[in-house]
Design a protein around this ligand. Structure first.
Ligand code: FNR
Length: 342
């Protein structure tokens, strides 16, 4: 099967996925306070990652590129990003590295949105040269390197060996012209992984938690038989992944993603320490089923609702959200109590 056909199948199957799961945020609750010293008109949505200032904490996360149909999706996502001031990532640029005739399916995002924050994307097995080409291809501000071991193992055409992965990430971090984000794609991150990534110089991590788009289910759907059903719920939710990042928040910027459904999930993510919140599958669904205007409306409303939540909580800035009390219940609380770390 060609890479192009596989990518189109991923989109079709991601759109067909109707999950009732979420990123674990049902276990996280804010405590209502009745006397907040806040003013809706003064709420500011700016946030920072390293030296970069984002005008919104929302990121349209990596999805696509590499074919005419997916170029059109990238073009529309980039218009939505430019209109609403949110950051955006393209999908894996491997296709255009292999065949430069496909570069236009990614670079369209920079043409449409010359001033916006845009992230390039490759697998963590990329070479330094490929990483630099991916960044230059779209004049990216950031480079995402995705790690997706469970998905690769289930894909008939996927990788089978992951030896040397840390060394390759370390090399790219060292030579990349822009800051590097290491991101999961729906299996979440652990204390141990954060520690290993920090040790090799990574300073931005996207948790890519379980509960949203499920790539084990997508790959299982592509198989006629011999499906890997027992591992369909593999991994940590975004909420648990953020809690696992707790001890490292003074050393890394964390992006929350995976099953983020609404403004309350965004607020909870920011409160748990994320600087930015990525949304992929649900934005794609709105774009493909309801159109570009509906996606712009959705992002505009997310901003509005986030401002309302911040005002209720007495916060004027995104960073103040980190100081509000949270109550953790259910499976997420059980996880925190049961988890032992050496
Ligand atoms: C993705 N995702 C993804 N991630 C990545 O790093 N490179 C990629 O090429 C892709 N491709 C891709 C295609 C499609 C159709 C979807 C829906 C997603 C993963 C994505 O960025 C994100 O990590 C997960 O989808 C989890 O977030 P959501 O979908 O639960 O918000």
């Amino acid at each position: 099967m060609s890479r192009e056909t596989r990518k189109l199948e991923h989109i079709r199957l991601a759109l067909a996925q109707r999950t009732h799961e979420c990123g674990g945020f049902e276990d996280i609750r804010f405590v209502h306070q009745s006397l907040p010293e806040s003013d809706l008109s003064e709420t500011a949505l700016e946030t920072r990652i390293g030296e970069l200032t984002f005008s919104s904490p929302i990121l349209i996360n990596a999805m696509t590129g590499g074919a005419d149909k997916t170029k059109e999706i990238n073009r529309k996502l980039a218009i939505a990003a430019a209109e609403t001031g949110v950051a955006m990532a393209v999908g894996s640029q491997r296709a255009a590295i292999v065949d430069p005739a496909l570069i236009h399916t990614y670079s369209v995002v920079r043409e449409v949105n010359p001033q916006g924050i845009i992230a390039a994307n490759l697998g963590a097995d990329a070479s330094v040269e490929d990483a630099i080409r991916a960044v230059e291809m779209i004049q990216a501000d950031l480079l995402q390197l995705h790690v997706n071991v469970p998905q690769e193992l289930i894909m008939p055409e996927g990788d089978r060996s992951f030896r040397g992965i840390r060394k390759r990430i370390a090399e790219i971090v060292k030579y990349s012209p822009v800051p590097v984000i290491v991101k999961e794609v729906g299996f979440g991150m652990s204390y141990e992984t954060y520690k290993e990534l920090i040790d090799i110089g990574v300073r931005i991590i996207d948790v890519g938690g379980r509960g949203g788009t499920n790539f084990i289910r997508i790959e299982n759907e592509r198989r006629k038989h011999r499906r890997f059903v027992s591992i369909e719920t593999w991994g940590q939710s975004a909420a648990i992944s953020l809690l696992e990042a707790g001890p490292f928040l003074d050393r890394v910027d964390v992006i929350a993603s995976g099953g983020i459904r609404n403004a309350l999930d965004v607020a909870k993510s920011l409160s748990l320490g994320a600087s930015v919140v990525g949304i992929a599958g649900s934005f794609l669904r709105i774009l493909q089923e309801e159109g570009l205007e509906a996606l712009i409306d959705e992002i505009t409303h997310l901003h509005e609702e986030l401002r309302v939540i911040m005002t209720i909580l007495g916060c004027n800035t995104i960073s103040e959200l980190r100081d509000v009390p949270l109550v953790i219940t259910g499976f997420t609380a059980d996880w925190c109590h049961a988890r032992t770390i050496d």
